[in-house]
Design a protein around this ligand. Sequence first.
Ligand code: NAP
Length: 280
Amino acid sequence: MITGKTKIIGLFGNPVGHSLSPAMHNAAFNYEKMDYVYVPFNVKPEYLKEATQGAFALNIRGYNVTIPHKTRIIDYLPEVDPTAALIGAVNTVKIQDGVSKGYNTDGIGAIKAIEEITPISNKKVIILGAGGASRAVSFQLLSSYEVELLILNRTPEKAFELKSDLESNLKTTLSAGGFELLVKEIESADILINTTPRGMHPHEDDEPFLKARDIPSHVVVNDLVYNPLETGLIKEASKAGATTISGLKMLLYQGVEAFKIWTGQEPPVDIMEKALYDFL
Ligand code: NAP
């Protein structure tokens, strides 16, 4: 039951109608009998500043931030965690002791999903895409592990931009290029992560990046798209006998990390995962 003592966690996005996060977090709060509620707020871009001030004024304890606000919200936060600052995007805010602090749990979420399946250290990783999700995953990956990283993008210039940003900020080296390199490079890769929306609903029939015949069975294939759960790329990887990771796992673990930031407690991961599957 919601009372005057209930702690409110929000979600700022536009749109928010299809978000799976309310189902996932409210299931966890209910299961743990925690006096919290997770509420989505549709925040128009022109009201983002007012929304951050409003959350503070209303004693909201924290919130998630999603499209289209993840980058701009940094301008309105007095404190930003160093990794989120490097990524240049915030997806989780905690309000405590009169301060709103921003974090980014997207990259950690993606990495936890992969760690669950395979060790990452010293592996060759190919990331497809050079947008916001690619930035979060590649910054977190290179901050956490020694890896050989190759970023491929439809617009190669953007992959090169991200490469130089990563190299200058993290004092590391990596490679970048266009998708034409993929079939050759996948032969020696260990992990493939698709961070582009190719194959995402309503474009399920998009040509997958690779056919089964081109996917070595030793490669772990992670598609960040979770709608549909089985993308064309995941289907081809399964046909090839490769291990696959659904995008739902990244969604789950970014939520797990956000839950820990807001509450200081370990969440019931199985309950959160079941809520996601039930919702879909
Ligand atoms: P974004 O910033 O707009 O970047 C999109 C990237 O994908 C760009 O590199 C773009 O290439 C490329 N791209 C777009 N359409 C493409 C296509 N049809 N074929 C090949 N490449 C294409 O988007 P984002 O925020 O990074 O999100 C990307 C995807 O990640 C979305 O599908 C989103 O649902 C998913 N995602 C999942 C989670 C999760 O929890 N599982 C979290 C975040 C994001 P150009 O540079 O050439 O335009």
